[in-house]
Design a protein around this ligand. Structure first.
Ligand SMILES: Nc1nc2c(ncn2[C@@H]2O[C@H](COP(=O)(O)OP(=O)(O)OP(=O)(O)O)[C@@H](O)[C@H]2O)c(=O)[nH]1
Ligand SMILES: [Mg+2]
Length: 205
């Protein structure tokens, strides 16, 4: 069984007043576009968020055809790695694809490939040339990653690479990314300007 974890617990400060997770992207909330892409490759979803976001996120995800659970941050604003831990703790799959809520172009077949690459290891993390690891579009083995995150946070370490480096992780390199992913898979929508550009890609004039 495979799970999907969507990270939505951030404050979207670059986006402005609105929560980017539920911002309208060509007729669908952004997080719904992420969920729709995940639906084909995972058996269930966990949405990590803050308590006050939950009702809006539930409305945005109504009708998703696989089970959706919500994992609320016990303490908000602890960073994406804390969100990954909270989400993974609720996930039922042995492995889980973690995707940020602002990656509406995520390529489902690439996630499928990440699951294949992670098999027998603790994580498969993409790395584009000269860039940092794409830890918010990666596959993790649920239990060891959640435990490694908890340990890091107990040491007041919030950097995502701290738990990762303690695990048996596979780097999915630029050549593999080119072969298995569409160019836009990591594109993220942090600002209103990026939302405008993304709209046209979804066929909204
Ligand atoms: N649970 C949790 N998730 C977070 C936190 N910060 C960011 N995230 C999530 O991690 C992913 C990547 O983070 P960012 O792109 O920086 O999102 P953000 O922090 O909401 O936006 P900015 O305020 O503009 O940085 C997004 O899916 C966020 O929802 C946090 O403190 N807690
Ligand atoms: Mg942020």
């Amino acid at each position: 069984m495979r799970s999907g974890v969507i990270l939505a617990g951030g404050y979207s400060t670059r986006f402005g007043d609105e929560d980017k997770a539920t911002a309208d992207l060509a007729g669908e909330p952004m997080i719904r576009r992420v969920a729709d892409r995940l639906e084909g490759v995972v058996d269930d979803l966990v949405v990590n968020c803050r308590a006050e976001q939950r009702a809006r996120l539930e409305a945005a995800l109504a009708g998703v055809e696989i089970p959706v659970q919500y994992a609320e941050d016990p303490e908000p604003d602890q960073g994406p790695m804390a969100g990954i831990m909270t989400g993974l703790r609720e996930a039922d799959g042995e492995y889980a694809a973690v995707v940020a809520c602002d990656m509406p172009f995520v390529d489902a077949s690439f996630l499928d490939y990440l699951f294949e690459r992670a098999a027998g290891h603790d994580a498969a993390v993409p790395q584009v040339e000269d860039e940092w690891f794409q830890t918010t579009q990666a596959v993790y083995r649920t239990e060891p990653m959640a435990q490694a995150c908890a340990k890091a946070l107990a040491d007041d370490e919030h950097k995502i690479v701290v738990p990762l480096f303690r695990l048996d992780y596979v780097v999915v390199d630029a050549a593999e990314i080119r072969e298995h992913a569409t160019e836009d898979t990591f594109r993220n929508v942090n600002t209103r300007e990026k939302l405008e550009t993304a709209r046209s890609a979804f066929g909204d004039e």
